[in-house]
Design a protein around this ligand. Structure first.
Ligand SMILES: [Zn+2]
Length: 201
């Protein structure tokens, strides 16, 4: 049975109760929407136990990333971007790409782009692979991520076309990954880069 067929089953992917949608209303309602919309960094939901389960299911076999898309499709978004906005997913390491065959930030970015009527394209690349970050403290994370991104050739070319760039990722924790990505884009001439994540701690 493929991943999609599993979603058509009648039990919730998170709690196994009976459901009528991708996940049951109880699990969906256990996600807490964030309210702040005035900063440069927007997140849809607060990171909690349900969010953690969803992220684990999306990142490790059997890679149930359909729930991530559902969490973008279901709510009415209370923010928008101008038409000349480009969403840019945070690139993953080549090792993760080899194992997973997809970048979950790219899936999220594409889904947001569809819903918001803007474009999505990866205009950043990683110069080197990093260690897993979850076990690292704040300072170690900073050192590990320092100067890790650079803009792709297309990214440099597009700097004159898209004034508004929004970085997209699944989760914002310390914000260090986004800060490094913003710095790389600033070097290529992109100013006031925003971010959009599914979850934030
Ligand atoms: Zn449920």
């Amino acid at each position: 049975m493929d991943n999609f067929a599993k979603f058509l089953s009648s039990s919730c992917y998170i709690c196994s109760r009976r459901k009528t949608d991708v996940i049951c209303d109880r699990c969906f309602n256990s996600l807490i929407p964030t309210s702040e919309r005035f900063s440069l960094d927007i997140a849809l939901y607060k990171y909690n136990e349900t969010a953690s389960k969803i992220l684990l299911m999306s990142k490790y076999p059997p890679y149930n990333f359909y729930i991530l898309k559902y969490l973008i499709r279901r709510p009415i978004l209370d923010f928008s971007f101008t038409a000349n906005t480009l969403l840019c997913p945070i690139p993953i390491s080549s090792l993760k790409m080899f194992e997973r065959k997809f970048n979950q930030a790219d899936l999220i970015s594409t889904e947001f782009a569809k819903k918001l009527g803007v474009s999505s394209h990866e205009i950043l690349k990683r110069k080197t692979d990093t260690k897993p970050l979850f076990s690292l403290g704040k300072r170690q994370r900073e050192l590990e991520l320092e100067d890790i991104f650079c803009t792709t050739r297309l990214g440099k070319f597009l700097a004159n076309k898209f004034q508004n760039i929004v970085l997209v990722d699944d989760l914002r924790t310390t914000g260090e990954t986004l800060r490094q990505a913003k710095q790389a884009l600033a070097t290529a001439g992109y100013k006031d880069v925003k971010s959009l994540t599914l979850f934030t701690t």
